[in-house]
Write a protein that binds this ligand. Structure first.
Ligand code: 3HC
Ligand code: NAI
Length: 699
């Protein structure tokens, strides 16, 4: 049963009971309507209370049903709310913990509302690329006032019940309970007190006017337009709320329904709903049960106070976990600490961190030059030079000093984690934690699972990632893991495009117009072109048959490593990040092209985008097939959180699904025919070919 029905004296209590958040799925809607009927048919019942079991009143419509017939199957949410409004006996919503989306819309359909303090109230549909579709845009402005309601609907942000209760003239809550614990009793007493009051009040009958409507909505539209960027939903929210102030209730409801249905079928909403689910799915590892016992992590050691070590340490300091940093020389420690201080000071200056918090965090940081001082740490994260010999020395030392059960993590970005684990007598305790630079800012964390990594180590680091506010995605061991393995193919395509006739600026602009935060050449300049150069040098030895454009090597031979040298694919003015096209670089590309006997051709933006994005898709399909990623949505999360893939497109694998895998494969076949490209690479990964042939999708 997804609702519980009880009668206490003259009050019927209907409890939504559909864990985890009492989503209003078909079964719940059906039994809620049945319960209402039961209460109305029972002469002993004089009033009805609706509440939610567990940690929510309700988190709203069941997101899992979206896109399926169940979502619209009668009784749909609108019919349920109508049944509540039409109840001949007063219905009181007792709201606590979380009251969101359709949950709030249900409460707004009730005749009375009583809320516990601390209840998070929201219409978060906009975050899913939607607008409230069960009367939220028409009832909330009537209950709360137009401006606060529009703010809530356009932002989707939760507001605490006690703050909403302070809004002058608000009719959202008839009463605030004195505490969450006493909510049930107070709701019962209230329901008894109003049992005979008639007529029953309805939010739909409240007036909805704005004194200065035209000017206000014009202002709101301008504000929202700037903020909404590629998402259609926020402006449609304004349209719907404006309709509440101008049209009759039923007309406003019709418009809301039409806008909601249209938004549901936009690729942007599909992307946002995918991301909501993907983020939660990423934290689940198929063969690691949710109740796996975790190891206690109350202290961290970080080896190496360079670019990554400092940022990694800050994550834990921010979460209140003490960190001990180890370096080879005192100067290196001083440099590392100074960088951490500088970062915090800049946050204090910008008002993002309070001075006392800064000192508190620095107080959790200690340093050492001796491995023996690390013996009590619960977990150590190594961030030393990317060299197997250095890693070997470090891990042998760690194996010697660390206490039994300590987790030994490596931040390696390319090296074989299984080999690193083999330097210890406890490979089951070794895991990869691949942070992205700047490690204190970037949301993504690739958790690299070695062949022997223990399940409880995986469970522990996934939970720890949440604690330090990272989106963790599990990757198997392979060169580059999920993200960098795919980006290498994307970078190779960028190089071929230069050889065939593009400028770096043209490529960057095309993919940035598609929505990437940064094109491949601006990204190379930011990360340092020397990093890719070092990887290619290794590849030339390991995979002599792999084809690369040589332009990037020529660029590096000129010392143009990117922003750090003031010059890369572009020029940079000291202290600024604006990329200024450089004619010498363009000439270098032209000369190289001529030396290969290539006549440049005009390449469309469409071809640029397809080659760059489909290269990610094809490599992603290999990664999926090999089990390096356990689900396509994990690959999407890596690209959305770590590589600037446009959020509104939902990640490379979802984008390919939306384009249609058949179309993706057709394009790959065309690219394979280009003699200047790599025909071998464009052979669709078997998984991709199979799904395309069967008319299926990755997600
Ligand atoms: N439907 C189905 N499942 C939901 C859900 C929903 N509306 N909201 C959350 N869940 C599930 C999550 O998928 C997750 O499942 P899992 O345990 O299997 O991973 C579980 O509930 C817990 O979610 P969180 O990890 O996010 O838990 P938190 O405690 O951090 O947050 C929450 C709870 C605040 C409710 C948060 O999940 C949330 O913001 N949910 C989205 C709410 C939302 O967008 N509601 C609007 C739905 S659209 C709608 O109502 C349309 C209507 O207008 C017609
Ligand atoms: P870095 O060169 O900035 O810092 C490395 C630090 O390690 C130096 O301060 C050095 O003194 C110290 N060190 C070297 N050997 C040591 C030893 N035996 N004991 C103690 N300290 C030692 O390097 P960076 O960029 O921080 O990289 C570190 C690791 O992180 C590498 O494995 C790298 O591949 C990985 N990584 C780097 C990213 C980046 O963008 N820089 C991104 C993700 C991972």
């Amino acid at each position: 049963m997804t609702t519980l029905y009880e009668v206490h004296g003259s009050v019927a209590l209907i409890t939504l009971s559909n864990p985890p958040v009492n989503g209003l799925g078909y079964a719940t809607r059906l039994s809620l309507t049945d319960n209402l009927q039961q209460a109305n048919d029972d002469d002993a019942v004089k009033s009805i209370v609706i509440t939610g079991a567990g940690k929510a009143f309700s988190g709203g419509a069941d997101i899992n049903e979206f896109g399926s017939l169940k979502a619209v199957q009668e009784p749909n949410l609108l019919s349920v709310i109508l049944a509540v409004e039409n109840s001949s006996k007063p219905v009181v919503a007792a709201m606590h913990s979380v009251c969101m989306g359709g949950g709030l819309e249900l409460a707004l359909g009730c005749h009375y509302r009583i809320a516990a303090p601390g209840c998070s109230v929201a219409l978060p549909e906009v975050k899913l690329g939607l607008l409230p579709g069960a009367g939220g845009t028409q009832r909330l402005p009537r209950a709360l006032g137009v401006e606060p309601a529009l703010n809530m609907i356009v932002s989707g942000e939760p507001v605490k019940s006690e703050l909403l209760a302070q809004i002058p003239g608000q009719k959202l809550f008839d009463r605030m309970a004195s505490s969450a614990e006493t909510l049930a009793d107070e709701a019962f007493a209230f329901a008894q007190a109003i049992a005979d009051t008639r007529p029953l009040p309805l939010v739909r009958n409240l007036p909805c006017k704005h004194r200065n409507g035209d000017a206000y909505f014009q202002f709101a539209r301008n504000m929202v337009k700037g903020m909404a960027k590629n998402f259609p939903a926020p402006l449609r929210c304004v349209d719907a709320v404006e309709a509440a102030t101008q049209q009759k209730f039923d007309e406003g409801m019709r418009l809301e329904r039409e806008l909601f249905t249209n938004l549901m079928f936009t690729p942007e909403s599909r992307a946002l709903r995918h991301i909501f689910m993907a983020e939660r799915a990423a934290s689940k590892i198929p063969d690691v049960p949710a109740d796996t016992a975790q190891r206690a992590i109350n202290s961290i050691a970080v080896i190496g106070a360079g670019t990554m070590g400092g940022g990694i340490a800050m994550n834990f300091l921010n979460a209140g976990i003490p960190v001990k940093m180890l370096e080879m020389k005192p100067e290196a420690l001083d440099r590392g600490i100074a960088t951490i201080r500088k970062n915090y000071e800049s946050q204090v200056k910008k008002g993002k961190l309070k001075a006392d918090k800064y000192e508190q965090r620095m107080g959790l940081l200690s340093t050492t030059l001796s491995y023996d001082d690390l013996k009590d740490a619960d977990m150590v994260i190594e961030a030393v030079f990317e060299d197997m010999g250095v890693k070997e020395t470090v891990f042998k030392e760690l194996d010697r000093v660390m206490k039994p059960g300590a987790i030994l993590a490596s931040n390696t970005s390319t090296l074989d984690l299984n080999k690193i684990a083999s330097f210890t007598q406890r490979p089951e305790d070794v895991v990869g934690l691949h942070f992205f630079s700047p490690a204190n800012i970037m949301k993504l964390l690739e958790v690299v699972r070695g062949d022997k990594t223990a399940k409880d180590v995986m469970a522990t680091v996934m939970a720890l990632a949440k604690k330090i506010r990272k989106t963790a995605v599990v990757s198997g061991v392979c060169d580059g893991f999920i993200g960098n393995r795919m980006i290498e193919q994307y970078g190779r395509q960028g190089g071929f495009l230069l050889d065939e006739g593009c400028t770096p600026e043209q490529v960057d602009k095309a993919i940035e117009k598609f929505g990437f935060a940064m094109g491949p050449f601006r990204m190379g300049d930011l990360a340092g072109n020397d990093i890719g150069w070092a990887i290619r040098k290794r590849r030339y030895q390991e995979k002599p048959d792999m084809k690369y454009s040589k332009t990037a090597d020529l660029l590096c031979e000129k010392g143009r490593f990117g922003q750090k040298t003031g010059a890369g694919w572009y020029d940079y003015v000291a202290g600024k990040r604006d990329a200024i096209p450089n004619q010498d670089v363009v000439k270098m590309i032209e000369e190289h092209r001529a030396s290969l006997g290539i006549t440049p051709r005009k390449i469309s933006d469409e071809e640029i985008v397809q080659r760059l994005v489909y290269s990610l898709v094809n490599e992603g399909a290999h990664i999926l097939e090999e089990g390096i990623a356990s689900k396509a949505s994990d690959i999407d999360m890596v690209y959305l959180m770590g590589y600037g893939f446009p959020i509104y497109r939902g990640g490379p694998m979802l984008y390919a699904d939306q384009v249609g895998l058949f179309n993706v494969v057709q394009a790959m076949k065309r690219f394979a025919k280009n003699p200047l490209d790599d025909a071998n690479f464009w052979k669709p990964a078997p998984l991709l070919a199979r799904l395309a042939a069967e008319g299926k999708t990755f997600n």
